[in-house]
Write a protein that binds this ligand. Structure first.
Ligand code: TRP
Ligand code: ZN
Length: 879
């Protein structure tokens, strides 16, 4: 490969403020599926004392004309190349007019202006606006926009952009127009345009200061009926942001559009959010309880961005976590308030550990604020989002809710209308609370998951219990040496009798309750509690107060005590998980040593105790009896023994299914007859517990279980139960499975989102035919490489969840993935690069698999014309 041709990284340290300011943007779109003419009029002003050339970003634009202050330039008066339009001699202030032509229908990248199901729509974050027109496409260039849209009246009765509608009318010849004006200056990544024939659901919301806001959701005619839940979620989000943060909506109109081709979940464009249908539609017939929760969460997330992201935005894309980490934290708080805080926390921690910890342990590890990137699209990661939210959560824990709120208030007071950095955020938090966050700031620049080892010693005679904490962070790519971090450890002491002990540290004159936060800053630190009257087990990292790997040296008895008595529900759940992980690792090792796996009484007994707890929420029990997943187990092993891991998981599922068959049966019956249409938190929890009981019965091959699953599949009154039964049948692998899968497709082939579930379920089936099944499905009429939801459901699930299928010993799973990546790279490099990350953990497998995975990465890298997106992932992964 030629050195100079390799895409070059951008560095945070190279940041320079923009040399030009854009005071006003006027856009006119003459929409046509193949030939849309975009006229842009930018009012520009130089920010520097010395003359500076004007360099605008642009991609795949056919430039028709350029004019300065109304005078058309000769082609020699400017330079255009693949990525820029440069004007050298220009006045200090002027109006630049460009006319360019784009082809939305041919745009398969789904960035910029494209057509989804006949609807024109845009996606501009992070750098999509440059695919629409020439612009200073960077978030620190904020401008006011006025947008005129002209389109065919029949094809596009609805014409939308950001802000307020100001004018509309007829143009003759079957065309019409609309003009929108957005009074809030915004970066180009928040621009949006939608034009098409969509149905509308409307409602109103009165803000607490009395502003009447019109709310509209638009979706295609056949799906508008499934938007009610999104609309209700929106109103809840608006109310919650007022109640908890004092933040009100700031325009008279808030609109959401649902489209079926979309690279991510949704986008927070000012006043005009655009959603993937998968994140907007929910109806009990077609969506599961998990989908309902997900829609609520994403609606909230995008709405909350109006303040954390839009009113205060990012100076540059390195600061992405400034808006994403904070907004994920806010949507987590919201969901906790709407449902159960402990359950919400458990779910978030499972996701963090399964996905983000894995990312942190691989070649793509990066700090929540990276210091360089080749392609910013590759940095919309679990680290920037979910670990970013953990960093905000730790600030919240350290400051407490009141000081945290004061910090947020100050952040908005100082920076409303600005494009800022993570330092600005931390400074507001520190100034408002009087806390020094300089040490804490290391979390922003240091990658990797810290390990925290805790040892205790107890002296019964003096009633002193000492905890010794050791922290260390493993090296990651480009960061061989790590500094100690500021880690809040929320904790308590559970006496051997089961009661919560009062906590008094040496040097304090009185106890301070049964739960408190210890702050670690050094590599090794000791804390001594006094007046500890009985031997006690420390309950550490309550609520997962920091994103670290904890080794607390618990014995089995310690874990049993915490599981039974800890006052913190999260810690009870965690004790169960720790016990399960330990037992499963033992059996994985046994299989590795050629022995048969065995299941002693510890786990069945722990589950029996849990399930016998009449006070416990059913949703909590459903979580507590769920075994740790493949990803989390794999992280505990230096080399991932594919077959042994899979066999152990199956063995535990079957063993627990059989041993506790009476309990599962009892639960299954006790929670029968639930209202299938109810999405009340308590009903969803009971459904979850009932469905995991069904799964255990099937895993255990308990007599009659397949018939039970089949019966539930046939009679189900909602998608949650139907899909749970179908999954149980598929995992049971019995004769009924194929027939049920075929039946399911026949029933639901007209509903895209349900077809995605059908594909995803089959992609996750771990039998000997896994790859053949998935390969055959890529040729199924329902599959399309051009639709990201389809790709994620089939190829993404196969590569990330199907351990034995993807990691087939002969390497055929790897070849299959690389083939799909290369095919997709030409259509949509962003989604292709996402798929490619599945190869990142090649070092963790045996020698044969290592070389097969590595070989595919090298093969991808050698392809001429590979995208920057895939180049970055592949080159970092092989290195
Ligand atoms: N800002 C969006 C969010 O988190 C993320 C997003 C949506 C996105 N679509 C995208 C990021 C396309 C990059 C490319 O809510
Ligand atoms: Zn976001």
């Amino acid at each position: 490969m030629v050195e100079a041709k390799q895409p070059q990284p951008v560095h945070l340290s190279d940041y320079r403020p923009p040399a030009w300011r854009v005071e006003q943007v006027e856009l006119c779109f003459a929409l046509d599926p193949e030939q849309t003419r975009v006229t842009s009029r930018l009012s520009l002003a130089r920010t520097t004392a010395e003359p500076e050339p004007l360099v605008l970003d642009g991609r795949e634009l056919e430039l028709e004309s350029v004019a300065v202050d109304g005078r058309r330039l000769e082609p020699g008066a400017y330079e255009v190349d693949e990525r820029h339009l440069t004007l050298c001699e220009v006045p200090e202030r002027f109006v630049l007019e460009t006319v360019s032509v784009i082809d939305p229908r041919a745009n398969t990248s789904l960035m910029g202006l494209y057509v989804s199901n006949g609807v024109f729509c845009t996606q501009c974050e992070a750098e999509g606006f440059r695919r629409i027109t020439w612009f200073l496409d960077r978030p620190d260039v904020m401008a006011r926009y006025r947008v005129r849209i002209e389109a065919d009246k029949a094809a596009c009765p609805l014409l939308l952009s950001n802000g307020n509608p100001v004018e509309q009318g007829d143009l003759g010849g079957g065309r019409h127009f609309a003009v929108w004006d957005d009074p809030f200056p915004k970066p180009a990544y928040l621009f949006a345009l939608v034009a098409g024939d969509l149905a509308t659901l409307e409602d109103r919301f009165t803000t607490r200061s009395g502003r009447e806001v019109t709310l509209r959701i638009h979706a295609d005619e056949g799906h508008i009926g499934q938007c009610r839940h999104a609309l209700e979620s929106l109103k809840k989000s608006m109310r919650w942001d007022e109640d908890v943060y004092g933040l009100e909506y700031d325009l008279d109109l808030f609109q959401i559009v649902a489209v079926s081709d979309f690279n991510f979940g949704a986008m927070e464009n000012k006043g005009l959010n655009i959603f993937n249908t998968s994140a907007a539609l929910a109806d009990p017939e077609t969506a599961t309880d998990a989908d309902f929760m997900q829609v609520e969460r994403i609606i909230a997330h995008e709405y909350f961005h109006n303040w954390t992201g839009n009113r205060v935005t990012c100076r540059d894309w390195f600061q992405l976590t400034l808006k994403e980490g904070l907004t994920v934290f806010r949507d987590q708080q919201f969901a906790a308030d709407m449902h159960s805080p402990a359950l919400k926390r458990i779910g978030d921690v499972v996701l963090l550990r399964d996905a983000q910890f894995a990312e942190d342990a691989g070649p793509l590890a990066h700090p929540i604020r990276p210091d360089s990137y080749v392609e910013i699209n590759n940095f919309y990661t679990r680290t920037v989002y979910e670990k970013g939210a953990e960093i905000i959560r730790m600030i919240h824990t350290l400051l407490g809710p009141e000081q945290f709120r004061r910090g947020i208030d100050l952040y908005f007071r100082r920076h409303d209308g600005q494009a800022v950095t993570c330092e600005d955020f931390l400074a507001a938090m520190a100034d408002a609370s009087g806390r020094d966050l300089a040490h804490f700031a290391r979390w922003y620049s240091q990658a990797g998951t810290p390990a925290l080892e805790v040892r205790r010693s107890y002296d019964a005679g003096s009633g002193r219990l000492t905890l010794e904490f050791r922290q260390s962070t493993p090296p990651t790519r480009g960061q061989p040496e790590k500094l100690p971090l500021h880690i809040p450890v929320s904790m308590g002491l559970v006496g051997k009798s089961g009661r919560a002990l009062e906590l008094q540290l040496e040097g304090e004159n009185e106890p301070r309750g049964t739960s408190r936060v210890l702050e670690l800053k050094e590599p090794v630190e000791r804390f001594t509690f006094v007046g500890v009257e009985e031997e006690a087990v420390p309950s550490l990292l309550r609520g997962f107060s920091a994103p670290v790997r904890l080794d607390a040296g618990y014995s089995r008895e310690d874990l049993a005590l915490l599981l039974a008595h800890d006052e913190d529900a999260f810690s009870r759940w965690e004790a169960g998980q720790t016990l399960a992980v330990r037992l499963m690792l033992q059996e994985i090792a046994a299989i590795g040593a050629g022995r048969e796996p065995s299941l002693d009484d510890a786990l069945p007994e722990a589950f029996r105790v849990l399930l016998g707890d009449r006070e416990a929420e059913p949703a909590f029990l459903a979580r507590a009896v769920s075994l740790p997943g493949r990803s989390y187990l794999a992280q505990q092993l230096d080399t991932i023994p594919v077959e042994a891991l899979q066999r152990t998981l199956r063995f535990f599922q079957a063993g627990l299914g059989r041993r506790l068959a009476d309990l599962w049966q009892g639960i299954f019956e006790a929670h029968a007859g639930l209202d299938p249409a109810s999405i009340e938190t308590s009903v969803m929890g009971r459904r979850a517990l009932r469905n995991i009981s069904l799964a255990y019965l099937v895993w255990g091959d308990v007599p009659g279980s397949e018939a039970l699953a089949l019966e539930q599949y046939r009679q189900a009154g909602n998608m949650t139960d139907r899909l749970a039964a179908l999954r149980a049948l598929a995992e049971g692998g019995g004769a009924a499975a194929e027939a049920a899968l075929a039946d399911f497709y026949e029933k639901w082939k007209h509903e895209d989102l349900v077809v995605n579930k059908w594909l995803a379920l089959q992609a996750s089936m771990e039998d000997a035919r896994a790859l053949e099944r998935v390969r055959a499905l890529t040729a199924h009429p329902a599959f399309s490489l051009a639709n990201p939801n389809r790709v994620r459901a089939l190829v993404g699930v196969f590569a990330n969840m199907n351990l034995t299928g993807f990691h087939r010993a002969d390497g055929a799973g790897y070849e299959f993935l690389a083939d799909r990546v290369l095919e997709l790279d030409r259509l949509n490099s962003q989604v292709a690069a996402r798929l490619l990350t599945a190869f990142g953990r090649w070092r963790r497998f045996d020698a044969a698999r290592q070389s097969a995975m590595r070989g595919q990465l090298e093969r991808v890298l050698a392809v001429p014309g590979l995208s920057r997106d895939c180049y970055e992932i592949a080159s970092k992964s092989v290195a």
